[in-house]
Design a protein around this ligand. Structure first.
Ligand SMILES: *Cc1c(COP(=O)(O)O)cnc(C)c1O
Ligand SMILES: [Zn+2]
Length: 478
């Protein structure tokens, strides 16, 4: 087992706060006050963590103590699936906490999907984060980022987004009226379900002639120049909120630790947050073992896979091989490689949380795999057939679990939790194109991405407008 001590033990000078921010680079370790607004370490430019002086926090002695808090659910702090774990992310005074009722999500045992993946009945679970108010897991992090933004007196918040971060930001902005939302999107890359939310919720929407990675660079520049609060997942407070997805998984399993957590990897915020959650729970003595983590890339956006599984890049006590990472990015640039996958939420070649994810992989003995758009869509159809629809990126988790099972890395009796990150209605185009009888639509949306067949399509039946023909068709097919 890797060293699971949460990194960082120094507290900032001149503060009485339990929480502080700290550079993740152990050679730097710079410490900042919890109220400062930074998206990178001033000293070395690395990512920041939110850290706690746990000795001074009031953490329940058993995880089961959190169950009692549900009795207080009339209080918004306890109704929220994020803030009812406030004691495990104690960076904000309770009166500053922002919530719109996020995190009321479900862990569902899915036996049909278990069969598809190849594990025994009763061993596969889907954590359905599409049930969040804006339809994706992003709300878990956005309420935490909004809370920090409020603590710092921010009046505008910005993000670059493949869609769901902007939908979530726009929603929190519209509901709370605390901040004006500014969103940066790439051109032609955003699913309509997501764009429609940002527009209707009234966010200032800036469409850049470029892709997500370009938009990400620009939003960092602009927010620095204009002093706009940045809510992308480089924001360490967002990841604090996302830790609670794991707390809810444990809660749903009666506080038993599963064998595997399988999650799609885009900007790698979720995987990083999950690793931090388990590392902290373990160090606090609240769990006695740490599940393994599988991060699943789309084959058309597989930076993490290439670096970890092909080039052997590791956390390496906080000093990963930056040369190898730089070389890889230079190779991408030299071939003008752009991320390309139907799973638009993970269509990212330069994941901002790469280093934190390497740390999570270390803590959780993680593995990384890549799955094709064909595998993603077939897995998505299997998930949807069980009545819990998800968007393409989410289904990468199920496709990845199937692959790991085929490789024998996941065992048939392992207890596996796949995270369904976003709701089916986020991207209806992908779903309709998969089930369509219209070959042109199929080719345009999916064929162009190398998808050859819709193995589990549920096709509409075309009939003439004639009662007898309709009755015959129904008799034939039902
Ligand atoms: C943002 C997003 C992801 C990627 O999550 P990261 O934390 O960036 O790796 C995956 N699926 C959906 C639906 C998303 O919205
Ligand atoms: Zn630093």
């Amino acid at each position: 087992m890797a060293d699971t001590k949460p990194v960082g033990h120094k507290r900032p000078p001149h503060t009485t706060d339990v929480a502080y921010q700290q550079c993740i680079n152990p050679l730097c370790g710079a410490v900042l006050d919890v109220r400062q607004v930074r998206t990178a370490c001033d000293r070395c430019g690395d990512l920041l963590d939110v850290q706690y002086d746990w000795d001074r926090a009031s953490v329940p002695s058993r995880l089961a103590d959190f169950e009692r808090m549900w009795a207080e659910r009339r209080a918004p702090m306890r109704f929220s699936g994020v803030w009812r774990f406030h004691e495990l992310l104690p960076f904000a005074p309770p009166d500053q906490v922002v919530t719109v009722g996020e995190g009321q999500t479900l862990l569902q045992q899915a036996d049909a999907v278990a069969q598809y993946v190849g594990v025994r009945a009763g061993r596969l679970y889907l954590q359905y984060e599409g049930m969040n108010p804006s339809g994706s897991f992003k709300d878990n992090g956005m309420c935490a980022a909004f809370t920090h933004a409020r603590m710092t007196g921010a009046s505008r918040a910005a993000c670059a987004s493949t869609g769901n971060t902007s939908a979530s930001l726009a929603m929190y902005s519209a509901v709370t009226r605390l901040m004006k939302a500014v969103i940066f999107i790439g051109s032609g890359k955003i699913a309509y379900g997501k764009l429609s939310q940002a527009l209707e919720f009234g966010a200032l929407t800036v469409q850049i002639a470029g892709d997500f990675d370009d938009a990400m660079v620009r939003v960092r520049e602009v927010s620095k120049d204009l002093g706009i609060y940045l809510v992308n997942s480089i924001n360490p407070f967002r990841l604090e909120g996302q830790k609670t997805i794991m707390f809810r998984v444990l809660e749903a399993l009666g506080w038993e630790v599963p064998d595997w957590i399988v999650v799609p990897g885009g900007n790698l915020g979720n995987s990083s947050a999950f690793g931090k959650a388990f590392s902290e729970l373990h160090a606090l003595g609240l769990i006695d073992r740490i599940p393994r983590l599988a991060v699943i890339n789309a084959a058309g956006a597989d930076t993490l896979y290439q670096l970890v599984e092909r080039r052997g890049v590791r956390w390496n006590d906080g000093c990963p091989d930056m040369q190898a990472i730089g070389d890889y990015y230079r190779e991408l640039d030299a071939r003008s490689a752009k991320a390309d996958t139907i799973a638009s939420a993970i269509e990212i070649n330069r994941p901002v949380n790469l280093k934190k994810c390497l740390r999570a992989l270390e803590v959780c003995q993680g593995v990384v795999r890549r799955v094709s758009d064909q595998e993603i869509l077939d897995a998505k159809a299997q998930v949807g057939a069980g009545g819990i629809g998800c968007e393409p990126a989410s289904a990468a988790s199920v496709a990845g679990a199937k692959l790991l099972r085929e490789e024998g890395i996941i065992e048939p009796g392992d207890r596996v939790v796949c995270i369904l990150t976003g709701h089916q209605l986020k991207d209806p185009t992908a779903t309709v194109a998969y089930h369509t009888t219209d070959q042109d639509l199929f080719n345009e949306v999916l064929g162009s991405r190398g998808v050859r067949r819709a193995s589990f399509a549920n096709r509409a039946v075309a009939v003439p407008n004639d009662l007898e023909a309709i009755i015959r068709a129904i008799q034939l097919y039902s």
